[in-house]
Design a protein around this ligand. Structure first.
Ligand SMILES: Cc1ncc(COP(=O)(O)O)c(C=O)c1O
Ligand SMILES: N[C@@H](CCOP(=O)(O)O)C(=O)O
Length: 467
């Protein structure tokens, strides 16, 4: 298995090189040259596997044997040892046709831990094997940053810098990042929004001399390993369902912002997992919903919502979808992405919109509807959703075709991370101890303007270079 870029100008590379490259050096996103197919027999054989063993099977299809099986197994075991549920990601049944996959039992209480605990360990493994420093650069709307920091704090040979939008993450998210005082962690709080943070890091990853000098490494979902690790939970959820449910058809409702969460499901489906509908749930930052509904991909004004982690306009993984949508034609993707850069929007013809709607069903959730959904599910099932997971449920309610079978809605964060929204409903929640203790810790962050130059100045004094 080799990896290529959506823009076609990266010489085929192996798994470890793909992991280290992060963003394609031609500005595209890395994709596998071919997507391996999983047969019905394989699926049957996997049905009794633990989450860790299932991940080992799926990763083995992509790693070319570049990581010896014993090492890969150990990396996976270590990555989920800190999850508080024995099932790692428990599947909770709310009624016969609705199941919730809880992805938030990791150390930072959000679904990002599922991939990032592993990626942190993999970076440490590679740094040691190659005896090279790893300088991680990431942008976050709150969850990726906290999770990535937790996965590499204090680790030998690794420095991590995370950009987050100043004042636009929840209090708990901010504390999770800024109360970490290890020397290898730098939090930059940018006077801007998440798109500004993502734009700065994208430009730095595209600056090849800078990227090379500082060995920049990515933890965001531009890194294909993030996507691959997230595709495992679609298989896992499917395999946990009762046979009767599977026979009636399985659908997923997916809160998404950067298109990473849903693209992972799209990849699982392309590998052969029998998923019927992929329901794309957004908040009021609904560029992706408008893309599916109208065939127009155009950022509009940024809005602060109750689900701040999905306050995203430009979805970094959109280009991966475009690549498959356009029949893996890298030249056509390049020309569309160049058009997007110059004109600030993309418009799709009506026959294309029809095809997009075969792949995806989309629904955007307003602030009031988000809160109403939390209230309804609390009253109806005694189940407290966080606002992002509530977007998934609202999309299931509003757009899921129930005739297609059962639904799995992804619960992407613990409600304690977003207490600002939960309190608006007059609901008092008890925080998990690991969150409660954050309130007593001193905070440290560096505030910078929305300026690449300011960020670069910080990085130059923080990162290490190989001798
Ligand atoms: C809690 C939560 N839910 C859902 C999402 C959406 O994930 P993605 O942007 O990878 O599609 C994010 C981050 O964007 C998040 O932090
Ligand atoms: N919601 C994310 C935004 C960054 O997305 P990523 O999936 O590319 O890391 C966050 O919490 O930071």
């Amino acid at each position: 298995m080799k990896y290529n870029s959506t823009r076609g100008k990266v010489a085929p590379i192996g798994f470890i090189d793909m992991f280290l490259m992060g963003l394609g050096e031609d500005g595209g996103l890395i994709v596998p040259e071919t997507i391996p197919s999983v047969t019905d027999d394989q699926l049957k054989a996997w049905s009794k596997l633990s989450y860790q063993d299932l991940m080992l099977e799926i990763f083995s299809l992509f790693t070319n044997g570049e990581i010896p099986e014993r090492d890969l197994r150990q990396l996976i075991q270590d990555s989920y040892a800190g999850f508080t549920s024995p099932a790692v990601l428990p599947l909770t049944t709310l009624n016969d046709s609705l199941h919730v996959l809880e992805l938030f039992h990791g150390p930072t209480f959000a679904f990002k831990d599922v991939a990032l605990q592993f990626m942190g360990n993999l970076y440490a493994y590679v740094a040691k094997k190659q005896n090279k420093v790893v300088n991680i650069l990431g942008a976050t709307s709150g969850d990726t940053g906290a999770s990535a920091i937790s996965s590499v704090r204090g680790k030998e040979g690794i420095q991590i810098c995370i950009l987050h939008p100043n004042g636009k993450v929840s209090l708990v998210q901010e504390l999770q990042m800024t109360t970490v005082h290890d020397d290898n962690v730098l939090n930059l709080s940018v006077n801007g929004n998440f798109d500004d943070c993502q734009q700065i890091i994208k430009e730095l990853f595209e600056d090849i001399p800078f990227k090379t000098k500082y060995h920049l490494r990515a933890i965001n979902s531009i890194n294909f390993v993030r996507i691959l690790a997230q595709s495992v939970y679609y298989f896992y959820a499917y395999l946990q369902l009762p046979e009767k449910a599977k026979a009636s058809g399985v659908n997923f409702s997916i809160p998404t912002g950067n298109f990473g969460n849903i693209f992972s499901g799209y990849l699982a489906k392309k590998m052969g997992l029998p998923i019927k509908q992929l329901v794309l749930a957004t908040n009021e930052n609904n560029i992706l919903e408008r893309f599916v509904r109208e065939g127009v991909y155009k950022p509009e004004g940024f809005r602060s919502t109750h689900s701040p982690s999905m306050d995203i306009q430009i979805a970094s993984n959109f280009e991966r979808y475009l690549y498959y949508f356009m029949g893996e034609d890298a030249a056509a993707v390049t020309s569309r992405m160049e058009k997007f850069k110059s004109e600030g929007q993309l418009t799709f013809a009506s026959e294309e919109v029809a095809r997009i709607q075969q792949d995806l069903t989309a629904y955007s959730v307003g602030n009031a509807e988000c809160l109403e959904t939390i209230r309804t599910y609390q009253d109806r099932y005694g189940y407290l959703l966080d606002p992002h997971s509530a977007c998934g449920i609202a999309a299931y309610e509003g757009a899921g075709n129930k005739n297609d079978g059962v639904f799995v809605s992804l619960a992407t964060a613990h409600p304690a991370k977003f207490d600002e929204a939960i309190r608006l409903l007059g609901i008092e929640q008890k925080f998990p101890e690991r969150i409660q203790e954050l309130f007593d810790k001193p905070k440290h962050q560096v505030v910078v303007d929305n300026s690449k130059t300011e960020v670069v100045a910080q990085l130059e004094s923080f990162y290490r270079v190989n001798k």
